[in-house]
Design a protein around this ligand. Structure first.
Ligand SMILES: CC(C)(COP(=O)(O)OP(=O)(O)OC[C@H]1O[C@@H](n2cnc3c(N)ncnc32)[C@H](O)[C@@H]1OP(=O)(O)O)[C@@H](O)C(=O)NCCC(=O)NCCS
Length: 373
């Protein structure tokens, strides 16, 4: 159930005139009497992402977002809407994983551009930080999209891979004590006939290099015969993907957690399609890729997790599962214009695969961290 603990803004007195940070109660349904703030929050979210990205690729409907916040089994989400003169101009979200002994909190302050530079972001960030500390969290982390301003001063990640423009958001995070830990590349693949032809060529090559493996595919809900194997691979995602200085809790996954994870997709009629590789000799599932699209299949597709278990690397299984998934997409979502994916800028093996398929970089995100006592 949603957390409804009453947390009053401790810095309300420092808020600029006319600005209010209002705790958002997650409604039971979109028809509920108290759903208006939630719907306004989603509208502001989509407007902010449209301003940042210059397109609607990250837009979601309230019906797609609501189920994500209704389940609080593995993390708590504390949300506020930011109002200026009564109009919703942003949101502030604190995510607290529920893994045992977790020290981490994820902060997210997002404002429409016309509200920037007035001290509102500072007040919202202070509220989230105070709440995180009160909850005993000491590792505060945030992701941000940065401007593609080639003339701006650049900031490099300590990984040595990638730079971002020192834009308004980067200055804001630095001023509040956050350090840039990692850069994440956002890439897009146009879903054209030429891309599909390339995918088919690459599948043929990958099959030759992966003779001891065969493809297994399903659309969630994950069938019972593969759910335990899939749960194991999901648990490896946080430990095996390059995280640089960003701290993630180890996650325990079982069949029940897979079902809990899939429920919001099913409730919001989003399709999550999984393509996995089975090691024929042992029967184990050892690699997987996920593609997601909403009920409206003219929308962009999002590629979520991709992983090859460490002991099975070197057989082109990453290429195999990605291309086998994309091959299906031609008949499954023929009107989806592109696929979007995110990868660590230092994750060369994964970027090599994406670049060979035809993904091109469209933006760079920063992963930021601040450790408090
Ligand atoms: C990052 C973000 C939340 C900052 O919000 P903001 O309201 O612009 O931040 P503030 O106004 O508090 O601070 C920004 C600057 O305005 C200055 N400022 C202007 N008027 C101010 C006032 N009345 N009071 C305090 N600071 C003021 C601040 O000093 C600061 O100056 P600096 O850039 O020289 O350091 C906002 O830019 C945003 O929504 N970005 C997109 C989403 C995102 O990436 N969020 C980051 C992940 S948490």
């Amino acid at each position: 159930m949603p957390d409804t603990t009453d947390i009053t803004a401790p810095y309300a007195s420092e808020l600029p005139d006319g600005v209010e940070l209002r705790r958002l109660v997650i409604p039971q349904s979109l028809d509920a009497a108290d759903a208006a703030d939630f719907v306004a929050m989603v509208r502001a979210r989509n407007e902010i992402y449209r301003e940042i990205n210059g397109n609607d690729d990250e837009s979601n409907t309230p019906a797609e977002i609501l189920p994500r916040y209704q389940d609080e089994i593995y993390e708590r989400n504390l949300l506020w809407i930011v109002l200026r003169e009564g109009e919703v101009v942003g949101r502030a979200i604190l995510t607290l994983p529920r893994e045992d002994g977790s020290r981490v909190a994820f902060l997210n302050v997002e404002l429409v551009r016309s509200a920037w530079g007035r001290g509102i972001g500072t007040a919202a960030a202070e509220l989230l930080e105070k709440t995180a500390r009160d909850e005993g969290r000491t590792v505060l982390q945030a992701w941000a999209v940065h401007d593609e301003d080639a003339t701006a001063e650049r900031l490099g990640a300590p990984t040595g891979f990638g730079t971002i423009a020192l834009d308004h958001t980067a200055r804001f995070l630095r001023a509040h004590g956050y350090s840039l830990e990692q850069i994440e590349r956002k890439s897009a693949l146009p879903l054209t006939d030429a891309s599909y032809a390339r995918v088919d060529e690459l599948i043929a090559e990958a099959r030759r290099a992966s003779e001891g493996y065969r493809i297994v595919q399903w659309t969630v809900p994950t069938p019972a015969d593969v759910i335990d194997a899939y749960a194991w691979m999901k648990s490896r995602m946080v430990t095996d993907a390059p995280a640089a200085g960003i701290e993630f809790d180890e996650e325990v996954w079982d069949a029940a957690r897979v079902a809990d994870h899939e429920r919001p997709y099913l409730e919001s009629e989003r399709t999550l399609h999984v393509t996995a590789a089975r090691h024929i000799a042992s029967g184990e599932l050892v690699a997987f890729n996920e593609l997601v699209i909403g009920a409206d299949r003219t929308e962009p597709t999002h590629q979520e997790d991709t992983l090859v278990l460490a002991e099975h690397r070197g057989h082109r299984l990453g290429m195999l599962v990605k291309c086998a998934a994309l091959h299906d997409w031609r008949t499954f979502a023929p009107q989806s214009p592109r696929v979007i994916t995110y990868n660590a800028e230092e994750n060369r093996p994964m970027l090599d695969i994406n670049e060979a398929i035809g993904f091109v970089p469209v933006a760079y995100n920063g992963a930021w961290k601040k450790t408090v006592r």
